[in-house]
Every structure is written in C-alpha cells, then in structure tokens.
Write a protein that binds this ligand. Structure first.
Ligand SMILES: [Zn+2]
Length: 64
C-alpha cells in the first residue's frame, strides 16, 4: 500500500507565498528592532535598545 500525495494546484503556491511574505516581514521587523530602534517607534523608551545592545554590536551596526 502506497500513500500518494497529490498537491493542490491552486492553494499551495499561495500558501508558500504567504509564508514567505510573513517570514520576510518578521525578519525586517527583527532587523529594525535589533539594529535601528531607539524607542521612537516601539514606544519602549530605551528598553528595546538596551535589550538588543549586544546584538547590535555583534552585527557591527552603529550604536554609540
Ligand atoms: Zn552600543
């Protein structure tokens, strides 16, 4: 007995595109929070900056 997977021709490319777009968006938000946030957008004061401080230096991004 063999199991055969027959992917749908209409939904899987859209699902893959949605997952890829979500991944890119999440990566850009993470890059912003680690690399560039100074508290103005995240409204967290300097908390997010201090939380990501070591990562910022590790990536060689300008900090202080
Ligand atoms: Zn620094």
């Amino acid at each position: 007995m063999a199991l055969v997977h027959t992917p749908s021709q209409t939904t899987e490319p859209m699902l893959a595109l949605l997952i890829a777009a979500g991944t890119v968006l999440l990566a850009l938000i993470t890059l912003y929070l680690v690399g560039f946030d100074q508290g103005a957008i995240s409204r967290s004061g300097m908390y997010m900056h201090e939380l990501m401080h070591d990562g910022r230096h590790l990536l060689g991004l300008p900090c202080h």
